[in-house]
Design a binder for this molecule. Structure first.
Ligand SMILES: Cc1ncc(C[n+]2csc(CCOP(=O)(O)OP(=O)(O)O)c2C)c(N)n1
Ligand SMILES: [Mg+2]
Length: 592
């Protein structure tokens, strides 16, 4: 039997489980694992500048491609605690990442050893498994179990904590006969799918709410096929956006309190039946449950049994992987269509399309300083169907979801539930590592951008080119807007007179200089007509220098973005689009 250190065995297992890349940074307590990675030579490594950054890179890496599992590595103590935010956002969005930490030697764990912290206990509520491996012979099993859990049921992260002496201990391990454990994914039965389809067919105004579970299951094509077979309009959730292309005839818009379309909310409110697949009725999607559920029948399909009924009791629940359910939905719907057993939805689909064509928000403004809506209009013009967007939170992200277009699954990569500021830059870098051939456009507010700005150096060092659109209002914009309810504008201003950069006009940080200092390219625009040319210039700079390119757009300081407390109570702050020229990049041409 081959004899090796547990660190060598762990790396061999990572390879067998398909890992080719890791994000992280070494420290003394994880050096044996780094030595094993070096000996193996099959795992490339991206050196983050902040360990939290490594965890978000892992998330971006997982989310870019079906089957990927992002790995982030750090040492003992603060490295693990820094990655807690990544574990939180990964678990909240059902994203598998594997976090590997070094640890003090087993015999000194309880002696308050240098950088010894019970990271497994800290990580437990955020992971599917968090384990400090105390016995060397348990290391292969811990990794085998980690991959089994990350891929089974509702996906999510795992943390494995390896004491220094455990990493160095030798064990007998035969990697050649190592076999990944079978993955558990519950599947709907035909009877369950037939019942749900009966309910959908009996309804008059049905919709499908398509969640991120469809993207996790890589089942976007099946969703489109099922929607087309039954002629059912689709409302994607924020995590499901891209599962159906924005220009699809049955795309009915997103619904919610913030990242939503007026026509999406109106269509949910007009519906009488909702089939939720791989979604979790997030509160910013539903708003008040009384409004959301009144007069509607619900079927909920979810891979995790305890998710059914968590937010409200559906009329019928099915425990199933979204892909397995959709495969059967397609099969049964096909049979019923052939037998003439499906309802004619022409009038309902037309009604939804009419709402879409008559309820657009205005994007075309010529104001200086620039209004944010105009930025997304220019982005729609500059970036094609193949573009992947990455964003986290803020007015910037909310407006992006209201105005940008997404055409493919995994092309809207957003920290939907946790929304940690600083997520965008490292997540975008992880996406670039996973798929260097697809153009990546990140979107940040100025505060999100400043949170993990140092990670730009990673993009410069490892030649990970992408475009970072930075919309700068010198404000914690979303919080400023929410403080209107408190009648205050308190501790949310990022503006100051920069003694080194009077040219930023009191907007504070000179992002262009910082980005350049970190090895990236950057351009700043202040007029709406400059945005388009700047985005084209950014494409050229990116191709020439192979580094991230920041396009900073100086916005007007105060713009309120549509949001509300209930689906039927969303406040609009701007004039709505009335003519084609008001929303020239809307996917559906406005009805004049
Ligand atoms: C770590 C963290 N702290 C606080 C928040 C709360 N928060 C959400 S958005 C926001 C302001 C974001 O400002 P900016 O990135 O400039 O975007 P804007 O809203 O101005 O477009 C804050 C503080 C958060 N999401 N994450
Ligand atoms: Mg801001």
């Amino acid at each position: 039997m081959p004899r090796m250190t547990t660190a060598d065995a762990a790396v061999a297992i990572l390879r067998r489980e398909g890992v080719t890349h890791a994000f992280g940074l070494p420290g003394a307590a994880i050096n044996p694992f780094y030595a094993a990675m070096r000996r193996d030579g099959g795992i490339t490594h991206t050196l983050a500048r902040h360990v939290e950054g490594a965890s978000h890179m892992a998330e971006g890496y997982t989310r870019a491609r079906a089957g990927n599992i992002g790995v982030c590595v750090g040492t003992s103590g603060p490295a693990g605690t820094d990655m807690i935010t990544g574990l939180y956002s990964a678990s909240a969005d059902s994203i598998p990442i594997l976090c590997i930490t070094g640890q003090a030697p087993v015999a000194r764990l309880h002696k308050e050893d240098f950088q010894a912290v019970d990271i497994a206990a800290i990580a437990r509520p955020l992971t599917k498994m968090a384990m400090t491996v105390l016995e060397p012979a348990q290391v292969p099993g811990a990794f085998q179990q980690a991959f089994h859990l990350m891929r089974s049921g509702r996906p999510g992260p795992v943390l494995i904590d390896l004491p220094f002496d455990v990493q160095l201990a030798e064990i007998d391990f035969d990697v050649d006969t190592y076999e990944p454990l079978p993955v558990y994914r519950p599947a709907a039965t035909r009877a369950q799918i037939a019942k749900a389809l009966d309910m959908l067919t009996e309804a008059e105004r049905p919709i499908i709410v398509a969640g991120g579970g469809i993207i996790n299951a890589d089942a976007a094509d099946l969703l489109a096929e099922f929607a087309e077979l039954t002629d059912t309009p689709v409302v994607p959730t924020l995590m499901g956006w891209g599962a159906l292309p924005d220009d699809h005839r049955l795309m009915a818009g997103m619904a919610g309190l913030q990242t939503a379309h007026r026509y999406g909310n109106a269509t949910v409110l007009a519906s009488d039946f909702v089939l939720g697949i791989g979604n979790r009725w997030a509160n910013r999607h539903t708003g008040g449950l009384a409004t959301y559920t009144a007069g509607r029948t619900f079927v909920h399909v979810d891979i995790e049994p305890t998710q059914i009924g968590r937010v409200f009791a559906p009329d019928y629940g099915i425990v199933s992987d979204a892909g397995a359910a959709l495969r059967l939905f397609v099969e049964v719907a096909r049979e019923r269509r052939a037998a003439g057993g499906l309802a004619d939805r022409t009038a309902w689909v037309e009604e939804c399309r009419h709402r879409r064509a008559s309820m657009q928000r205005r994007t075309h403004f010529d104001n200086v300083p620039i209004k944010p809506q105009r930025v997304y209009e220019e982005m729609n013009r500059a970036f094609g169907h193949q573009t992947r967007y990455v964003s986290t939170i803020g007015l910037s992200q909310i407006a992006a979801a209201q105005f940008l277009h997404v055409y493919r699954p995994r092309h809207w990569i957003n920290a939907g539930q946790a929304g940690p500021l600083g997520w965008t830059t490292p997540a975008a870098l992880g996406v670039c590592v996973a798929d260097p051939d697809t153009p990546v456009v990140a979107l940040s507010g100025d505060y999100d951008f400043q949170f993990m700005i140092e990670e730009l150096a990673v993009g410069a060092q490892f030649n990970l080119p992408y475009i970072h659109v930075l919309v700068n209002n010198a404000y914690l914009g979303l919080i400023r807007q929410s403080q209107r309810g408190f009648d205050m504008d308190y501790c949310v201003q990022l503006a100051f007179d920069n003694v080194n950069a009077p040219e930023v006009g009191g907007y504070g940080v000179d992002h262009v200089k910082v980005a350049e200092g970190l090895g990236c390219k950057a351009v700043r625009v202040t007029e709406p007509g400059e945005i388009g040319p700047a985005l084209e210039e950014a494409k050229k700079l990116m191709a020439e220098y192979r580094v991230p390119v920041v396009v900073e757009v100086i916005l007007e300081r105060v713009t309120n973005i549509s949001m509300g407390t209930e689906l039927d109570n969303v406040t609009e702050f701007e004039d709505l689009a009335e003519r084609r020229e008001d929303a020239p990049t809307a996917v559906v041409a406005l009805l004049d």
